[in-house]
Design a protein around this ligand. Structure first.
Ligand code: G
Ligand code: G
Ligand code: MN
Ligand code: NA
Length: 252
């Protein structure tokens, strides 16, 4: 629990920052946006893994402050890029727990208005959990969609992944988990699963993002499979806003 009280203080002290991992649209070969990922650089311990502090914060109901911080930074960054004439979408990870927080949609609309970012430029990434199909969680998702905010199902294939879930959640985007993407070249089942997920998602009118694209060979195969967007080390690692801005200016 001490790490958690430290996390809130670390945010106030400016030790927590946001990294941006580029998302490549395969049809245009253009970077259309990025996923925001929290980073904590401790003054003594150095970088602390996000899986560690995000997981601890989620389990102890302390994810609110971190989420507000990441959302504020990420929305501000996307707004700034769009105001400079660069079409740019931002994706932020959202813990399903926050879907029961009544004030969340109101705070989010205020945030978008304050930074003057169109809601269509924001995607919230949710992992597949039972919380989402329950009445309260689903109501919140509907309200977010009504505001114009996009919803992505993150780590698709590793959670519940029932057809019922896919039918009920009005997600705009399906992010296929890296564990399936890594095997598309060499493993027949991984390739068939990625291919059929793309087909299913497209027939439901959703876009598909492949995560964890580490090699050029995988990227080429995803293009052949009609995947929409790719994300991974082959395209770019999570980076500072400064590096991302340079990358966007270079047009690669
Ligand atoms: O980028 P990295 O491998 O360190 O991320 C580890 C995990 O932490 C991933 O599951 C990622 O979705 C999650 N994560 C990173 N930043 C945030 C955040 O701001 N909010 C939430 N809820 N999860 C995050
Ligand atoms: O759970 P979520 O998908 O939000 O987490 C994304 C995590 O995957 C982040 O921690 C990010 O750093 C990591 N990641 C992104 N691209 C790659 C990749 O190409 N290979 C590997 N091994 N990890 C990646
Ligand atoms: Mn994610
Ligand atoms: Na993921």
């Amino acid at each position: 629990l001490s790490m958690l009280s430290q996390l809130d203080e670390a945010i106030d002290r400016g030790e927590v920052w946001v990294a941006y991992q580029p998302k490549l649209e395969l049809s245009t070969r253009r970077i259309i946006g990025a996923e925001a990922l929290a980073r904590w650089t401790h003054p003594d311990k150095g970088p602390i893994a996000a899986s560690e502090f995000v997981g601890a914060a989620e389990q102890n109901n302390r994810i609110g402050k971190l989420t507000d911080f990441v959302l504020d930074q990420a929305v501000a960054a996307a707004a700034q890029l769009n105001q400079r004439g660069i079409d740019f979408e931002i994706a932020v990870n959202l813990s399903a727990r926050l879907l029961t927080d009544k004030g969340f949609t109101l705070r989010l609309s205020a945030l978008l208005a304050r930074h003057r970012l169109a809601p269509e430029r924001l995607t919230l990434e949710l992992t597949e959990t039972a919380a989402l199909t329950g009445g309260e969680g689903l109501d919140m998702i509907m309200r977010l969609r009504d505001l114009g905010i996009n919803i992505a199902i993150d780590d698709y294939g590793t959670g519940l992944s029932t057809l019922d879930y896919l039918k009920k959640i009005p997600a705009n985007e399906i992010k296929i988990d890296q564990s399936f993407v890594k095997g598309v070249v060499d493993n027949r089942s991984d390739r068939l699963m990625v291919q059929s997920t793309i087909g299913l998602a497209h027939s439901l009118g959703r876009k598909v993002v492949a995560e964890g694209v580490e090699h050029r060979e995988i990227l080429d195969l995803l293009v052949e499979m009609d995947c929409d967007i790719a994300q991974g080390f082959a395209i770019g690692r999570p980076m500072s806003l400064e590096s991302l801005t340079k990358r966007l200016a270079s047009g690669r």
